[in-house]
Design a protein around this ligand. Sequence first.
Ligand code: ATP
Ligand code: MG
Ligand code: MG
Length: 378
Amino acid sequence: GSTLGVMGGGQLGRMFVHAAQRMGYFTAVLDPDADSPAGRVSHHHVQADYLDEIGLARLSGFSDAVTTEFENVPADALARLAEKRPVAPGAAAVAIAQDRAEEKAHFMRCGVPVAPHAVIDGDEDLAAVGDDLLPGILKTTRLGYDGKGQVRVTTRAELRTAWDDLQRAPCVLEKLLPLAFECSVVVARGRDGAMVHLPVQRNLHRAGILAVTEVHDGCVAPDLAQRAVDATKAIAKGLDYVGVLCVEFFGLQDGSLVVNEVAPRPHNSGHWSIEGADVSQFELQVRTLAGLPLVQPRQHSPAIMLNLLGDLWFRDGQERTPDWAAVLALHGTHLHLYGKASARPGRKMGHLTITGGDVAGVRATALDAASRLGIAPF
Ligand code: ATP
Ligand code: MG
Ligand code: MG
């Protein structure tokens, strides 16, 4: 049989491995951690740093084709692998997605509106910032995720302090926008340029971390949803992208749509598709990597996904295990735990997807499940 390799051993890699194995593939994971969520369920686990020559040689030795699950895998590592094996997505597309400044430049080239922003890479840039960008959010151009590496600032003094706090790393200052809602679109693009997508997903973030995703008819107004899908396809095509990609959007209070960022991989907001659609985002990743046909996924149930963050493992200063039995007693709940060794506040430990016959029922069950687990209502 053939073997599909993945750079990164987190939960996204684990769900990729599950999808690949179901379809008859062997899997190989490269991750520096000896006990990563994907490494422990994969046929092969190469424990090495992403740029380690021997590790990369071992991964490509096992694999017929290689993908990535972790946004911060160095693009260089993908470029080196590509000398030996087909790699999707390609290093050039991933490099753009890894840099907020380049990413925004790409969005503008594709004609998709972005938040007003300025690149901060020196004291002159800081001095030149216009008052119209305040209040704003200062974000490092590289390596941020789950709201890490960003600081909200109101005044110029705060901006200066925030940049020092971020070690004066290259940053983007974005205007703080009046959000009405957030949404995202997962698209898969084959080597031949064929594209399919999942329905638009409505996302609720708390403290910079995705908390809840809802996917059902009308969760985003149809004209806005169409704009988001069109923009996502333009962004993927412009990158000459091969693989699964997710684009995050802001819906503003004036009815306009602004692109936030792109993830060159399946996305937390697409996890619902494992149970809610006939082709999941991870099966799409397998299909694009293996050169299999892409069919438009069909959603067969309204879905709500609740992220299970490490906070749930702590109550009154005591560590505990959340009451899974209480939520599994409800109809249509699907529990995913990623097998991470230890819980920390804010850490993504798992997720719970709720499916059912109608939106009202799914919502009621999701609210019930949230309350049983101690997740705030939404
Ligand atoms: P991810 O884990 O999705 O990669 P990230 O660390 O890259 O997150 P962003 O997506 O840039 O962070 O921002 C996280 C959240 O902060 C957004 O989903 C949104 O809720 C809020 N946010 C970010 N930028 C803005 C903005 N310009 N105006 C208003 N809210 C914003
Ligand atoms: Mg991000
Ligand atoms: Mg984001």
